[in-house]
Design a protein around this ligand. Structure first.
Ligand SMILES: CC(C)(COP(=O)(O)OP(=O)(O)OC[C@H]1O[C@@H](n2cnc3c(N)ncnc32)[C@H](O)[C@@H]1OP(=O)(O)O)[C@@H](O)C(=O)NCCC(=O)NCCS
Length: 182
């Protein structure tokens, strides 16, 4: 897995000993509210860091200054392979919100996808209530392509009933990326 560099950040493969930095944010309810999993314990974060160290879909985002892991990017090819379509996701430590780090890391991921991997299309989905997420996608100049009504659920209520949620679909094509970066 490559190491990517931006002005303030490194994006690199996860290591098993990243678990403590991961725990700092994956243990928070506000962070996992729109994620397909619940808050994680220390033990679960140990496992998660280990699993991510074997998974090229997850990138650890670290500050160049002090090497602190402040969040992660998910960047994974979707099936079928021939479509050359990748999905983008991001989860950051709230202590580092509001500084543009998620934008900086995601922008690099788009550049890597289109300019190194020759990706055709990059997609991202989010809950319309997750304003920080879709604002980030708009900063990346991804297009809002759809508003799906209750297509998915990640959590169940106290009666074990699915909590259906709406979803925005965003995307950007290779030609759009190159047109705007010419
Ligand atoms: C989604 C998430 C990563 C967005 O984090 P964020 O801090 O808002 O995003 P950025 O790091 O790009 O920072 C943007 C903010 O910093 C400000 N900013 C400061 N310096 C900046 C810079 N150099 N570049 C861009 N923005 C900058 C922007 O104005 C913006 O602030 P605003 O929202 O008040 O307008 C974060 O809320 C998160 O991790 N949420 C929990 C997990 C989650 O829901 N993930 C998405 C599931 S779909």
């Amino acid at each position: 897995m490559d190491i990517l560099e931006t002005n303030r950040l490194f994006l690199r493969q996860f290591k098993p000993d990243d678990w403590e930095d991961l725990y700092e944010y994956l243990s928070l309810e506000e962070v996992v509210k729109y994620e397909p999993y619940d808050v994680k314990s220390k033990e679960e974060c140990r496992r998660e860091a280990f699993n991510r160290s074997k998974n090229t879909g997850f990138w650890a985002v670290c500050l160049k200054d002090n090497k602190k892991l402040i969040g992660n990017i998910y960047f994974q090819q979707q099936e079928p392979e021939d479509f050359m379509t990748w999905e983008l996701g991001y989860v950051f430590n709230p202590q580092y919100y509001g500084e543009g780090y998620a934008t900086e890391a995601s922008e690099k991921m788009l550049e890597y996808g289109f300019e190194k991997l020759d990706v055709h299309r990059i997609t991202a989905g989010c809950n319309p209530d997750n304003t920080s997420s879709w604002r980030l996608l708009e900063r990346l100049k991804m297009r809002r392509e759809g508003y799906f009504i209750k297509p998915i659920f990640f959590k169940r209520d106290a009666n074990r009933q699915p909590v259906w949620q709406d979803a925005y679909q965003y995307a950007i094509l290779k030609e759009e990326w190159f047109k705007r970066n010419k």
